[in-house]
Ligand binder design. Structure first.
Ligand code: 5AD
Ligand code: SF4
Length: 478
């Protein structure tokens, strides 16, 4: 390797924990003229791991790369640039990336001009940067979640100066508007409304890897949604780690409910949002959701556990009873709303009784789907140091028991739609049969029905004939 670093600025989780009182600046993306064209004749392979936030970041990274002349490829062998946009939420996500980095070492030997980069949440961990430095010197560029807009500069260092770059900021940067976005879908778009998280749930690495909560200005979000409408988009999903905290850091009085209300007045046909925090989801937001219109009757509301002891140790700041109270309000205000959640089993100290409380909550809440996880200790978070004597096998058994219950709820949620007529945004043909189309209902249920590819991107009415655990089957009605 032998290459020098042009920049070496490693992260620190200790600094990342601090919340400094610095005003967020709203900057505009720009790229030096001489770097446009740097990627001409070069191909990039961008690999994305993790949540919707990362998918949205990858759309920006692709936008920047294509502005510079790079073209996409799905093949490592063809690529001149391989970039990993990584996730740090659980250990197995990280292990997969290290496995891949090892595998592509040989590619680099065969193709010395190949540039390897790593960005995203893993890059924000000092332990990861140390490991890369020691064991993966084949990685040329490491940058974090706060400086995507500086990618052109890093590529210039790598390709033109033949130097390596590690530049990760532990404290959040400013909000950079107008980064080009290469959207992954023609009708559905991700729209970031805020960055960061200040909740500090004790198991979670996100407040360290994504920094403090910063809201985009309402006018920038509304303008983006209006532009999407004019480009033919039908659905937007508003993104934030805790969308209910939107606006708290703005200089004006403006809340998430205000934003939803304003977007309700635009011509976008479908609005979804994720992720909500049960404590911060307020009555005002429920009232705006109840107006319906383009706000979809589905809510993802992570509960994490049904045990008050565990919730307290997770620093979730609500009880099982308060959570159930909130969803009963939601169900009353938005009849038929579909609720999904996230649950962690095997949090340190979780007893059989605690787990039973979770099962009890799942039964009472009538979730129609959930992402379920076994607790994964994340270095630097408080929970990684909590005493944990539950054997892994017990945790796996709990996960299986929970998943069984969740799947029953999934099936029950689908069953409600038998003989109903639903509106489906058509996504494309099903994997197995070109004459079977597939799409999503307002409640976010998957529907398969006979049709043709000319329907893709439109909303059609489908009468549901049969409900299965994971999807619905029906026929188009005129
Ligand atoms: N271990 C297991 N699951 C986690 N999640 C977040 N941190 C951890 C962790 N350390 C889960 C939570 C969150 C979802 C995105 O990931 O359920 O809602
Ligand atoms: Fe993590 Fe909690 Fe913030 Fe969600 S709300 S990103 S679980 S700290």
């Amino acid at each position: 390797m032998g290459k020098q670093y042009s920049k070496y600025f490693a992260p620190s989780l200790k600094d990342a924990r601090k919340r400094v009182n610095k005003k967020t600046e709203n900057l505009k993306f720009s790229i030096p003229d001489n770097l446009i064209g740097l990627g001409n004749k070069l191909k990039y392979h961008l690999k994305t791991y993790g949540c919707q936030g990362n998918i949205a970041d990858s759309e920006k990274i692709s936008g920047i790369l294509e502005l510079m002349g790079f073209t996409p490829t799905d093949s490592d062998e063809e690529a001149d640039l391989i970039l990993f946009n990584t996730c740090a939420i659980r250990e197995n996500a990280e292990n997969r990336v290290f496995g891949e980095l090892g595998r592509i070492k040989s590619l680099k030997k065969a193709k010395p001009n190949l540039i390897l980069g790593l960005c995203g949440c893993m890059a924000q961990e000092e332990k990861v940067v140390e490991t890369i430095k020691r064991k993966h010197p084949q990685v040329d560029i490491v940058f974090g979640t706060h400086n995507i807009h500086k990618l052109p500069e890093y590529l210039a260092d790598a390709y033109l100066q033949k130097e390596r770059v590690v530049e990760v900021y532990s404290q959040e940067g400013d909000i950079v508007e107008d980064i080009p976005v290469k959207r992954g879908h023609l009708k559905k778009a991700w729209v970031d409304i805020m960055y960061g998280c200040d909740e500090f749930c004790t198991y979670c690495i996100v407040p360290y890897t994504r920094g403090k909560e910063r809201s985009r200005l309402p006018e920038d979000i509304i303008r983006e949604v209006e532009t999407l409408v004019s480009e033919g988009y039908i659905e937007v999903t508003l993104l934030g780690q805790n969308v209910n905290a939107y606006g708290k850091d703005l200089q004006i009085e403006y809340t998430f409910a205000n934003l939803l209300d304003d977007l309700n007045k635009t011509k976008i046909k479908r609005i979804r949002f994720t992720t909500s925090h049960p404590r911060d989801l307020d009555d005002e937001t429920i009232r705006v959701m109840a107006k319906g219109g383009n706000i979809m009757p589905h809510l993802h509301l992570p509960v994490q556990s049904g045990s008050n002891t565990i919730l307290k140790r997770m620093n979730r700041k609500y009880t099982k009873e308060e959570y159930l109270e909130k969803i009963s309000k939601l169900k009353k205000s938005i009849p038929g709303i579909s609720l999904t959640t996230d649950i962690i089993v095997g949090f340190p100290g979780e007893t059989e009784e605690d787990f039973e409380e979770t099962l009890d909550l799942v039964r009472k809440a009538e979730f129609e789907g959930a992402y379920t996880f076994i607790f994964s200790p994340r270095e630097g978070t408080p929970a990684s140091k909590y005493e944990d004597s539950t054997p892994q096998i017990t945790k796996k058994e709990r996960l299986l028991t929970l998943n069984k219950l969740i799947n029953e709820g999934f099936a029950r949620g689908n069953k409600k739609f038998e003989n109903e007529i639903v509106e489906v945004l058509v996504e494309g043909a099903s994997d197995k049969n070109e004459e079977i189309m597939t799409g999503y209902t307002a409640h976010n249920k998957v529907v398969n029905f006979p049709g043709n590819l000319s329907m893709v991107g439109s909303i059609v009415s489908v009468k549901i004939e049969k409900a299965y655990t994971w999807h619905l089957k029906g026929k188009i009605v005129k």
